[in-house]
Design a protein around this ligand. Sequence first.
Ligand code: C5J
Length: 265
Amino acid sequence: MNKICNNIKNTRQFFLLNSRIHTFQNKDYITLQNTKPKPMKMPLYNTALLLIDMQHDFLTKGGFGDILGNDVTKLHHIIPNLQNLLNFSRNNGLEVIHTIESHDSICNTHIHRSKLIGDRAPPLGKRIGDITTYENGTKGRILIKDYYGCQIIPQLTPINNEYIVNKTGKSAFYKTNLDNYLKKKNISHLIIGGVTTEVCVQTTSRDANDHGYEICVLEDGCASYFPEYHKMTCNMIASQGGIVGWTTNTSNLTNILSRRINLCY
Ligand code: C5J
């Protein structure tokens, strides 16, 4: 173990809270035991935490999700879980990536015009680009880039060098630079959290799998306005021997990762 820790060739440096430097070696694996459908091997050096659309428009009263008639509080239980995992990832040097659904101000980027103006469009006043007032009194335009609704909630605000993917589709890979970025960083495994489980989390997870990534979806780090959809999505991902990937809980990850890191003290 010491040999691994001392070998800094091909390693990413991990600065722990106590300022001691920890290094994971390229291809340094842990095996997560409490993942479904079976234990998952995870190369720490090549793993990123991907947080999907934790922005006001889906989580805050007055935002898109709320004005469409959904109860946004049904998503809030995942916030402390993701905060823990995010802090843990930051403290240990895991790559962190955030996505935001956002469209340009004339909504030219939106791929499904029918959702804006066609048969599937919500009533006027509730459409992408319409003006809304959020619970703290801030006015903004729904899902339009740089407005309040496209800001990540303060508990999970990106810091420093964390990569932010602005996406117009439900998949974080659709018309974005995410795949290139992950390849450049040698990331092969993704831990995925965010909202909503059956829409952007599921679409991104399936697309990640099709792009060749191994994925682990966080059962207590994703949520839906429809809890039954959340459960079914997690079940589907891990079904048939992990047809799309694995699922687990945030505490399983932080527990096993901290044990693994402590081995290298
Ligand atoms: C939705 C998302 N639900 N982030 N977006 O439209 O899941």
